[in-house]
Design a protein around this ligand. Structure first.
Ligand code: NDP
Length: 401
């Protein structure tokens, strides 16, 4: 029986809190805090209506470390689940250290003024968390998160050695809108406009953004264009699995999304540098975010499925094998259960599972941890039990590209 404080009342926070309330034996008391309290209250009302569980809500600007410390001292949670934005990660980790609380997030730290994410800033907290006897779990979403657990599971049960790893992230969902991002638009656009990068023979290979395309036929979705991209888990996978010769990440994008993105980039709307407009400073991408639909509002209009998984080649008992581990999630089913579409659902459920494993003591430790460092088995079991069932398939041959 444990108290948890969730920070961030977006689509992911909403799913995580609904799923925690459905597991009241583990999450005995839930507080949801975010910058806009009315969003917390709306989620609390939905949680009460769907599950009968009452949760507490609070207003919090998590950029303010002392405000977060004060809330932690008042609520006294065993764990903070950070589902705000990557900009807040370090401030919330600082507050956790000061108040003596464990920490979990789904996205690694990114400075506001530079479209660059990497684990170095959070790995630098290793000694402080270890000395405080606290655990910080990084990246417990789907990707990063489940994709690393799929890899760890593959290495533990399916292959004695992994040679190559491809992560395939397909969102086959349609909203009917010409342009919308399925998670926070600002973070999404910063991610997809960054140069592509993959790991090969001990080094990073960079290329222009969205320039390398392949077609893949996704189970229950169909053939889709997918593009080579850099993604957070590549860094931790390369660190914890030095044996893997090549690690790549692919994400599907529709033509309409790419057409809009190209125009927005060309006219400067995705820029993150401040500029003066009518006597005040604005940041174009922040202004663009304000115009685009909030991911949490896409739930009722998204149809179709996501299909995310890992394809690993390697050897088992001396024989070459290619194994595909993946999950398919239906946008409409996710919406019916939690009021949120599948991209929020596939992130919020693993956040709940990581939190549950920490609170029940199945995942323990002092220091900063990535998903690759922990036993995949209880996590994989919980994915099956809590709405994200997965399948293992042996492929006849490695990917042809
Ligand atoms: P949203 O934009 O829908 O929600 C973010 C929430 O955080 C909003 O409620 C926002 O408040 C709140 N927030 C922002 N700044 C602060 C602050 N300073 N203090 C307190 N609250 C704040 O995003 P999502 O729910 O789609 O995504 C949440 C997180 O999950 C992001 O970090 C994203 O990168 C990550 N993610 C991870 C994935 C994975 O697979 N690992 C996949 C998808 C997302 P307000 O409403 O006032 O703006």
């Amino acid at each position: 029986m444990s108290k948890v404080l969730v920070i961030g009342a977006g689509g992911v926070g909403s799913v995580a809190v609904h799923k925690m309330a459905m597991n009241a034996d583990i999450f005995s008391h839930i507080t949801l805090a975010s910058r806009t309290k009315s969003k917390c209250d709306a989620i609390a009302a939905s949680v009460r209506q769907r599950t009968g569980v009452s949760i507490d809500t609070a207003q919090l600007d998590a950029d303010d470390v002392q405000a977060t410390v004060a809330l932690l001292r008042a609520v006294k949670p065993a764990l903070v689940v950070n589902l705000a934005l990557p900009y807040q990660d370090l401030n919330i980790m600082d507050a956790c250290l000061e108040a003596g609380v464990n920490y979990l997030d789904t996205a690694n730290y990114e400075p506001r003024d530079e479209a660059k994410f990497e684990y170095s800033w959070q790995w630098a907290y290793q000694d402080r968390f270890r000395e405080a006897g606290l655990m910080a779990l990084l990246g417990s979403g789907f990707d990063p998160g489940v994709t690393s657990v799929f890899t760890t599971y593959t290495r533990k049960h399916l292959l004695d050695r992994i040679d190559t790893l491809d992560i395939l992230d397909c969102n086959g969902g349609e909203t009917g809108l010409p342009f919308a991002t399925n998670f926070n638009p600002e973070i999404n656009l910063r991610e997809v406009t960054a140069p592509s990068r993959h790991w090969e023979n001990g080094q990073w290979i960079e290329g222009p953004a969205l320039s390398h395309k392949q077609v893949f036929d996704f189970d229950q979705v169909g053939p889709k264009n997918m593009y080579l991209m850099y993604h957070e888990e590549l860094e931790s996978l390369a660190k914890f699995y030095p044996e893997i010769r090549r690690i790549r990440f692919w994400m599907t994008f529709g033509d309409s999304y790419l057409k809009h993105l190209e125009v927005l980039e060309n006219i400067g709307m995705t820029r993150i540098e401040p500029m003066m407009f009518q006597g005040r400073e604005i940041i174009p991408i922040e202004f663009l975010k304000a115009l685009l639909p909030e991911p949490a509002s896409l739930g009722p209009i998204t149809r179709g499925k996501t299909n995310i998984g890992t394809i690993a080649t390697g050897e088992k008992d001396g024989k070459a094998r290619t194994v595909y581990v993946n999950n398919v999630c239906d946008h409409e089913e996710a919406y019916a259960e939690t009021g949120n579409q599948a991209v929020s659902y596939t992130t919020g459920v693993p956040a709940m599972i990581g939190a549950a494993l920490m609170l029940t003591g199945q995942w323990t430790g002092a220091g900063v941890f990535n998903m690759e460092q922990l036993d995949p088995d209880p996590f994989m079991d919980m994915l099956n039990q809590h709405g994200l069932p997965w399948k293992v398939r042996e492929l006849d041959a490695p990917l042809a590209f």
